[in-house]
Design a binder for this molecule. Structure first.
Ligand SMILES: Nc1nc2c(ncn2[C@@H]2O[C@H](COP(=O)(O)OP(=O)(O)OP(=O)(O)O)[C@@H](O)[C@H]2O)c(=O)[nH]1
Length: 219
C-alpha cells in the first residue's frame, strides 16, 4: 500500500489549469491490485485542453457498501482494476462493473457509465494467473475497453489509461446538458491538499482519511 508504483500515485503532478474541465474518477478493484488508497488531483493537458482529474481510490472488499455507492454516484468515470497475478481480483471485475452499472443507472437513466477495465502487473509474467485472452474475453463480454499495463514499468501506460477514460467520458458527456460538462473543482476536493510530483506520502500511503469522505458529499 505504500508502494511507489501504485496505479493512481504515478500520476501525481504539479501545475494548475484554472479553467480546466473537471472529471471525477473512481478506481475500483480488489485489495493489492495496485490501486493505492488515496485521493488527489491530477491535471493534464490533453489535445490542447486542460483537464483536471479528481481521483478517488476505494478500499477493495473492505469498503462499506453505502460509502461505495456514494463514491460511484460522485464519479464521471471508473477504472476497474485487477491484477494479472491474482485470479480472485479478475473474478471480482464483473461484479464491480455490474455494481457501477446498477448504481449509475439510478442516477442517469439509460446511459452506460464510462468504465475501463485495467489489468495491472503485466511485468510479473512468471506469476501470471490470468491470460491476455481471458482479459479480452471479459472485455468483449462486458463491452468495455481493456488496457493491460504495468504501473511499475513507468507512468506512460498509466497515463494512457486516463487518456482513454477521458475519451470515453467525453463521449458520454456529449449526451449531457451543457451545464454538466464544465464545473469547478468539487467541494470534496477543496478540502484536499494538492500533491506535488516529488512529494512523499506518510508511511501508510494515505493522503486523506476516508472516514471524513461522507461528511463532504453534497446532500
Ligand atoms: N510488480 C508489480 N507490482 C505492483 C504493480 N502495481 C502495484 N504493485 C505492487 O502491488 C502491491 C499492492 O499495491 P497497492 O497499491 O497497495 O494495491 P491496492 O489495490 O491499493 O490494495 P488495497 O489498498 O488493499 O486496496 C504493492 O506491493 C505494489 O508495489 C505493478 O504494476 N507491478
Amino acid at each position: 500500500m505504500s508502494s511507489n508504483f501504485a496505479l493512481s500515485r504515478t500520476l501525481r503532478r504539479t501545475g494548475s489549469f484554472p479553467s480546466a474541465r473537471t472529471l471525477r474518477i473512481v478506481i475500483l478493484g480488489q485489495g493489492a491490485v495496485g490501486k493505492t488508497e488515496t485521493i488527489y488531483r491530477h491535471e493534464l493537458n490533453i489535445g490542447g485542453e486542460a483537464v483536471n482529474f479528481e481521483i478517488l481510490d476505494t478500499a477493495g472488499q473492505e469498503e462499506d457498501a453505502l460509502l461505495m455507492e456514494e463514491k460511484i454516484k460522485w464519479a464521471d468515470g471508473f477504472l476497474v482494476v485487477y491484477s494479472v497475478t491474482d485470479r480472485c481480483s479478475f473474478d471480482e471485475v464483473m461484479r464491480l462493473c455490474f455494481l457501477v452499472n446498477h448504481i449509475h443507472s439510478k442516477r442517469s437513466g439509460t446511459d452506460p457509465p464510462a468504465i475501463i477495465i485495467v489489468a495491472n502487473k503485466k511485468d510479473l509474467e512468471f506469476d501470471r494467473m490470468v491470460t491476455v485472452e481471458e482479459g479480452e474475453s471479459l472485455s468483449h463480454a462486458l463491452k468495455l475497453p481493456l488496457r493491460e499495463i504495468s504501473v511499475r514499468d513507468g507512468w506512460e501506460e498509466t497515463a494512457s489509461v486516463f487518456h482513454a477514460l477521458y475519451t470515453v467520458i467525453l463521449q458520454q458527456m456529449d449526451k449531457l446538458p451543457l451545464s454538466f460538462r464544465r464545473r469547478g473543482v468539487s467541494r470534496l476536493m477543496e478540502k484536499i491538499p494538492r500533491i506535488h510530483s516529488n512529494a512523499t506520502l506518510g508511511s501508510t500511503g494515505r493522503s486523506f482519511s476516508f472516514s471524513s469522505f461522507r461528511d463532504l458529499l453534497p446532500d
